[in-house]
Design a protein around this ligand. Structure first.
Ligand SMILES: [Zn+2]
Length: 177
């Protein structure tokens, strides 16, 4: 079987909701070791050199739908970046990221092959998970502790700042009085 080729495009989607007057962000728990929490994200697989904004957006929508069953509406691009990162596919070396803020329609219907769990996090909970990942990377957290209650996937703590992205998403979809 031939290995999938990296298309150098990645999309992420920040889905927020309001609960008890606080914003929450949707995260999914990875089905791959070390089973960390992550944004719905992945390769856009657009297989062309200069994809359009429309194509990036539909890739982000597809990513959310595939993993969570939710339909994303009102997508706003909040971040674009080129990161050097290896994904394990053929010809991987860099990825052009586009991250969208969005609201959703529908009910969660978890894809068991793509998500071990799906949950809503407040900003304070998100911060705790970022902190926990830093401690794990420093070797201060055991594998057992991590598996019991994992932090955030390192890319969202190191290369991309999930707290800033969450704050930006909140500015686009602020709490209504
Ligand atoms: Zn890749």
């Amino acid at each position: 079987m031939s290995k999938t080729v990296c298309d150098h495009t990645s999309v992420g989607i920040i889905v927020t909701r309001e609960e008890a007057l606080r914003s929450q962000i949707l995260l999914i728990k990875s089905t791959k070791p070390p089973y960390e929490w992550t944004l719905p994200s992945g390769h856009a697989d657009l297989v062309k050199l200069n994809p359009t904004e429309k194509e990036f957006k539909s890739a982000a929508r597809r990513e959310l739908k595939e993993k969570t069953g939710l339909r994303a509406i009102q997508l706003y691009m909040i971040h674009q970046e080129r990161t050097v990162r290896f994904c394990g596919r053929v010809n991987d070396n860099y990825h052009v990221w586009r991250i969208y803020a969005s609201v959703y329609l529908g009910k969660i219907d978890r894809n068991k092959e793509k998500a071990q769990d799906i949950a809503w996090f407040t900003r304070a909970e998100l911060e705790e998970h970022v902190w926990f990942t830093a401690r794990y990377q420093e070797g201060e957290v055991s594998e057992e502790e991590w598996l019991e209650n994992p932090g955030l996937e390192p890319i969202w703590c190191n290369e991309l700042d999930i707290l800033k992205l969450f704050d930006d998403a909140e500015k686009i979809f602020p709490l209504r009085p």
